[in-house]
Design a protein. Structure first.
Length: 203
């Protein structure tokens, strides 16, 4: 049971404004490592007050942080041949695609799935599928809206779901619940629903 959970926090509403990236690396059905990187976004020092109110990251916190390209140089090797998961993957994969495009970095080849869609299949009929609500129900304590914590919580939630289904690996689990995956590649992004988003200037 190997996969990586990913989460972004952004400085404003633009998808290419990441200010924090978190990864939780799962190996053998256990979260082996959870890491986060502060990022100095291109819009610095502008941060949306709304976004700051959500995650608490301020311009001064990232003033000396690397830009996205600098962080990506460290992160990219970790994602080779991995399956990624994000809670509301449309947001996080959109941030990843836009940030890579803005930095003129080719999109990597990778597959991903959405843990919100997963939760709807595994635990149907809930009033909310927010990460905080689901983690509270499953006894997963974390600090919401910080990328490292959110990625680790997402990973733990996926592991609860795989345990429920007795799956031996992530591929069999996704097949078993009939959940499609999306993909990234040099030409663009294909969503789990089959929509293709090509790489274009301005993302």
């Amino acid at each position: 049971m190997d996969f990586i959970a990913i989460d972004f926090e952004t400085a404003d509403t633009r998808p290419d404004s990441p200010c924090e990236l978190g990864l939780a690396i799962v190996r053998g059905g256990v979260v082996r490592e959870a890491r986060s990187w502060l990022i100095k976004p291109a819009c610095h020092p502008w941060f949306s007050p709304f976004n700051v109110a959500v995650h608490g990251i301020r311009p001064e916190h990232v003033a000396n942080a690397p830009d996205f390209a600098g962080v990506w140089a460290e992160v990219a090797p970790m994602l080779v041949n991995q399956v990624l998961v994000a809670h509301n993957a449309a947001f996080d994969m959109g941030v990843l695609r836009a940030s890579l495009t803005s930095a003129r970095i080719p999109l990597p080849e990778l597959r991903y799935f959405c843990s919100v869609s997963m939760a709807r299949r595994v635990w149907p009929g809930k009033r909310s599928y927010g990460l905080g609500v689901l983690c509270a129900e499953h006894g997963i304590a974390f600090r919401h809206h910080r990328a490292g914590d959110d990625s680790a919580a997402t990973a733990e939630l996926v592991l609860r779901a795989t345990e429920r289904h007795g799956a031996a690996d992530i591929g069999r689990f996704l097949n078993g619940i009939r959940l499609g995956t999306g993909s990234l590649g040099p030409q663009g992004q294909r969503t789990p629903g089959g929509k293709f988003i090509p790489v274009v200037a301005g993302y």
